[in-house]
Design a protein around this ligand. Structure first.
Ligand code: DGT
Ligand code: CA
Ligand code: CA
Ligand code: ZN
Length: 575
C-alpha cells in the first residue's frame, strides 16, 4: 500500500516546482522537479511496481528520495519547509489565470507582495507594469481578476457544494438525536447551480441537534439560530456555502420535505389542487378546511397519493406539466438502472487509478460492464496513448476480462477530433476497439461551421460510438465551443451516434434541456462520469439527476442496457 496515489505524487512534485519558483530558486533546480513529474507520468508502472524511482530518465538521486517520501508518507520535508516559508497569501493568487510560480515569484521578490490586497494596491499604483514580463495590459487584467475574485457569486455550481454535502451528510448521520434527514431544495431537484442547501431534519431534540450543527468545523458564520430553524455558512477554501436547516417532528417530515424541495412553482400547483379539494397545504401537513383537521403523511409518496398522484420525482417538479404527466414518470431512468460507466481514465493517461482498480471499483458498485477510455495521442498534456501503447493497453484489458464471467470490460478510447477536422487514429486501429468516444478538447474558438464539420466527421465514422461532453461548456466558467446542438442531435440520430450526459458536476453536458430534445429526436444517451479517480465514479448520481430532469426513459439510456444489448446495437448502427 502507498500513502497516496500516483497522480497525487505527480501533483505534489509540480507543487514543489511552483513553490521553488515563488521562492526565486534557480531554473535548474525547479526543472528537476518538473522533469521528475513528467517522467513519472509517462512511465506506465504503478507506484508499487516502481521500486526505485531513480531508474527513471530525468529523476536524480535527490528527487528520487523526495518521491519515496511522498509515496510512503504522503508528504515530504522539502514541501513542508516551502509551505512554511512562502507567505500563505500568495497561494490563492496561483488561481488567477496567467499567474504561475514564476510571475508570482517576481511580484514577491521585487515588489514584496504577499497577498491579494498587496497585489491590488501595486496594480493601482502602476508598479506591476514595470516588472519584466508584465506590462500595462497584464497589470489591468490582473486587477480585473482580483476584483472578480473578491465578489461572491450568487449561485454556486453543484461541484462547489459537494464537499459540504458530504460533510453534512456524515455529520447528520452521526448525530444520535436525528431520526431521519434529507437534503431538499434545488440540490434535490438536480439543478446545475444552487443558492443554498436546505436540510430537513426529523428530531425530538432540536436544541441538541442545533448545538452539534453550530459546532461543526467548517462553520464560518451563523446567520440565524432559532429553535427549529438554523442558517449557517460553511467555508471550503474560498467558497462559502450557505445552509438552511429545519428541524421538525417526524409527523410533519414528509410535508415539510415536499415544501422545501420546491420548486416554488410546483408548490403553487399543489396548493391549487388542494384548494380545489377544500384543503390547505402547510409546511406541517394538509388541513381540511371544513373541519380544521390536520392530516399527516409518513412519506412523500403518501402525500402525493392523497392528491391522487403517483410520487413525482423531485427532478421534474418545476411547476409546469408535472401533475398532468405524473403517470408517465414510472419508466424514468433511475440510479438503480445503471449497469455501466462508459467513460473513464486510468494511469495509462491522466487518471489516478490503474485499470484493475477502476474495474474493481465499478464491479463493487454493482455494474455489469464498463469501458476504459483513456485519452488519445493528440492530448500530449494528458499523456495520451500512442498507437503502440493503445494496443498494449487493450491487450491488457482483454487479458484482464477473462478473469470475470459476470462482468465485461470494453476496450475504449477517448479520441480527440483534431482542429483540422481529422480523427486521432487510423481506421484500422479504430476497428478493433469496442467503444470509441470522440470529443473536442482544442481550438474552442473556431467558427460554428468548422466546429460542426469536426463533430459531423466524428458522427459519420462507423466506429465512433459516442460524442462526449458535446458542447464543451463548464458550468459558470466557460460557454463551450460554437455548436449548433439541434443540428448535432439530428446528425447523431441519422448516424446512430450516442450523445453523452457527462456527469462531472462542472460539466453536466449535455444539459437537461438538450438531452430532452435529443430523446425526442430519437437519439440514445449515455450517462458517464469521465472519472479520473475513484471518487469521481460517485458523480453518476448527478448525471442521472440531469437525465431525470430531461425526463429520459430508461430504454433510451444505453448504460442501463446489458453489455450484449449495447454491443448488438453498436453493430447494427455501423454503416
Ligand atoms: P435555490 O435558489 O438554488 O436555493 O433554490 P431552492 O428551490 O432551493 O430555493 P430556496 O432555498 O429559496 O427554498 C427552498 C424551497 O422552499 C423552494 O424550492 C420552495 C420553498 N419555498 C421557499 N420560499 C417559498 C415561497 O415563498 N413560496 C413557495 N410556494 N415556496 C417557497
Ligand atoms: Ca436552496
Ligand atoms: Ca434555502
Ligand atoms: Zn474523458
Amino acid at each position: 500500500m502507498t500513502a497516496i496515489d500516483k497522480k497525487s505524487v505527480i501533483q505534489e512534485l509540480e507543487r514543489i516546482a511552483v513553490y521553488l519558483e515563488i521562492k526565486g530558486e534557480n531554473a535548474f533546480r525547479v526543472s528537476a522537479y518538473r522533469k521528475a513529474a513528467q517522467a513519472l507520468e509517462q512511465d506506465e508502472r504503478s507506484l508499487a511496481e516502481l521500486e526505485d524511482p531513480s531508474v527513471l530518465n530525468g529523476v536524480g538521486k535527490g528527487t528520487a528520495g523526495i518521491i519515496d517520501d511522498l509515496v510512503k508518507t504522503g508528504s515530504t520535508e522539502l514541501l513542508d519547509q516551502l509551505k512554511a516559508e512562502i507567505p500563505e497569501g500568495l497561494i490563492p493568487l496561483l488561481k488567477l489565470p496567467g499567474l504561475g510560480g514564476k510571475k508570482i515569484g517576481k511580484l514577491y521578490q521585487e515588489l514584496n507582495i504577499t497577498s491579494a490586497a498587496d497585489l491590488k494596491k501595486a496594480c493601482e499604483e502602476k508598479q506591476v507594469r514595470d516588472l519584466s514580463g508584465f506590462g500595462a495590459k497584464t497589470e489591468e487584467k490582473i486587477y480585473q481578476e482580483l476584483e472578480d475574485m473578491g465578489k461572491r457569486p450568487e449561485r454556486l455550481p453543484v461541484s462547489a457544494v459537494l464537499p459540504a454535502v458530504a460533510d453534512l451528510n456524515s455529520a447528520l448521520d452521526a448525530i444520535e438525536e436525528v431520526d431521519r434527514f434529507e437534503l431538499a431544495g434545488s440540490f434535490r431537484r438536480g439543478r446545475e447551480t444552487v443558492k443554498d442547501l436546505d436540510y430537513i431534519i426529523s428530531t425530538e431534540y432540536p436544541g441538541e441537534v442545533g448545538e452539534r450543527l453550530l459546532s461543526m468545523e467548517k462553520v464560518s458564520a451563523v446567520i440565524s439560530s432559532g429553535k427549529t430553524k438554523i442558517s449557517l455558512e460553511l467555508q471550503y477554501d474560498d467558497v462559502i456555502v450557505p445552509v438552511d436547516f429545519r428541524m421538525v417532528q417526524d409527523e410533519s417530515f414528509a410535508t415539510i420535505l415536499h415544501h422545501f424541495t420546491g420548486s416554488k412553482d410546483h408548490n403553487v400547483l399543489m396548493r391549487q389542487r388542494a384548494k380545489n379539494n377544500g384543503e390547505k397545504i402547510s409546511e406541517y401537513g394538509v388541513e381540511i378546511e371544513a373541519t380544521g383537521e390536520m392530516l399527516h403523511f409518513a412519506s412523500e409518496a403518501e402525500f402525493f397519493s392523497h392528491f391522487d398522484l403517483p410520487w413525482i420525482p423531485p427532478e421534474v417538479r418545476n411547476g409546469t406539466t408535472e401533475l398532468e404527466e405524473a403517470e408517465t414518470y414510472v419508466d424514468l431512468v433511475s440510479i438503480n438502472d445503471i449497469q455501466a460507466d462508459l467513460h473513464m481514465h486510468t494511469t495509462w493517461s491522466d487518471g489516478a487509478q490503474s485499470i484493475e482498480e477502476m474495474v474493481e471499483a465499478c464491479r463493487n458498485r454493482g455494474y455489469s460492464f464498463m469501458a476504459i477510455t483513456d485519452h488519445g495521442k493528440f492530448l500530449k498534456v494528458a499523456n495520451g496513448l500512442s498507437d503502440e501503447r493503445l494496443q498494449r493497453q487493450h491487450e491488457e484489458i482483454r487479458q484482464l476480462r477473462t478473469a470475470y464471467d459476470d462482468f465485461d470490460v470494453f476496450t475504449g478510447i477517448e479520441m480527440d477530433i483534431l482542429p483540422d477536422g481529422t480523427l486521432d487514429y487510423a481506421d484500422d486501429v479504430l476497428k478493433n476497439i469496442d467503444f470509441v468516444i470522440a470529443s473536442i478538447h482544442s481550438s474552442f474558438n473556431q467558427d460554428e461551421n468548422t466546429i460542426m464539420a469536426r463533430l459531423e466527421t466524428a458522427c459519420n465514422h462507423p466506429q465512433v460510438a459516442m460524442i462526449a461532453h458535446p458542447t464543451g461548456r463548464l458550468i459558470e466558467k466557460r460557454p463551450g465551443y460554437r455548436v449548433d446542438v439541434d443540428r448535432l442531435i439530428q446528425k447523431a440520430y441519422e448516424t446512430g451516434t450516442i450523445l453523452e450526459i457527462n456527469a462531472n458536476p462542472n460539466r453536466l453536458d449535455l444539459s437537461a434541456a438538450w438531452a430532452e430534445k435529443a430523446q425526442a429526436a430519437g437519439v440514445k444517451i449515455a450517462v458517464n462520469t469521465d472519472a479520473h479517480r475513484y471518487e469521481m465514479l460517485d458523480h453518476m448520481e448527478l448525471g442521472v439527476k440531469t437525465a431525470r430532469r430531461a425526463k429520459l426513459k430508461k430504454e433510451n439510456v444505453v448504460n442501463t442496457w446489458t453489455a450484449a444489448q449495447l454491443k448488438a446495437w453498436l453493430t447494427s448502427t455501423d454503416e
